[in-house]
Design a protein around this ligand. Sequence first.
Ligand code: ATP
Ligand code: PAF
Ligand code: BAL
Length: 279
Amino acid sequence: MPPILRTVAELRARVSDWKAAGETVGVVPTMGALHEGHLSLARRARATCDRVIVTIFVNPRQFNNPADLEKYPRTEAQDAALLASVGVDAVFAPGPEEVYPRGFATNVSVSGVSEPLEGAHRPGHFDGVATVVAKLFGMTRADRAFFGEKDWQQLMVVQRLVADLNIPVTIEGCATVREADGLALSSRNRRLSAEGRARAPALVRAMQAATEAMRGGQAVPEALAEARAAVLAAGFETVDYLELRTADLLLPMERLEGRGRLLAAATLDGVRLIDNIPV
Ligand SMILES: Nc1ncnc2c1ncn2[C@@H]1O[C@H](COP(=O)(O)OP(=O)(O)OP(=O)(O)O)[C@@H](O)[C@H]1O
Ligand SMILES: CC(C)(CO)[C@@H](O)C(=O)[O-]
Ligand code: BAL
């Protein structure tokens, strides 16, 4: 089993030894409840870095909804066993007081790219993400960091963060891992009922159908409205957004010109699912 480190001091001691030996360090930030999506990031890190740290921290500052924080799955023993199979060098799993000790007073806020989509529906979420990710980079002194494209907007926010603050880490985006029926793997999927799980792929299917329709010449607003209707007809309770945006996410796209990204968030069985595909 990889060692499970609880304190920043223990982490720093190991990283200092590795750096002194000239080794490169990769970090995979997670909130645990690991699945193949996370493991694909850890394997990519394993293949490209001398040392690999996986962090497991359910970051309270990025949860705008207290019930979501409370219900977030926590499966540390199983996570450690999965990470042993990948061969990571350390798991960093601190408690909230270690990350946010008494007197903690800094907030990292990235403007622009954090504002639409998830930012509009989860107030404060990306401040929480940017703050903890900046701290994890400082704590691990990682040379490379691995993030999933499933959280595309998060990936854009983190890229902006490291560019703006001159943080010396290379960000690697990793392709979304999906179930055979197309559903993007997510820790929250395990909260779906059996019936919800069977309906869940309707979200990505509607997005794929909209993409094909737009490529075939259908007007963007019409294709998006049809996709939204298909998601609701499949049994989703709400669609927070289903939008075509420029690849940098800064502007909505009214017409299909150049590269874009289709992104959606929708709730099924009370579980909020997100997904995105290139267009
Ligand atoms: N299906 C996936 N494919 C690739 N990367 C993924 C996938 N799911 C999560 N990741 C990535 O793993 C990292 C940690 O994500 P996180 O722990 O939030 O898991 P999650 O499955 O996205 O959970 P949830 O969305 O339910 O919070 C993020 O960089 C995220 O983008
Ligand atoms: C990057 C992250 C680990 C920060 O808490 C989280 O947002 C996640 O799991 O995607
Ligand atoms: N996967 C992104 C983290 C979150 O939903 O809070």
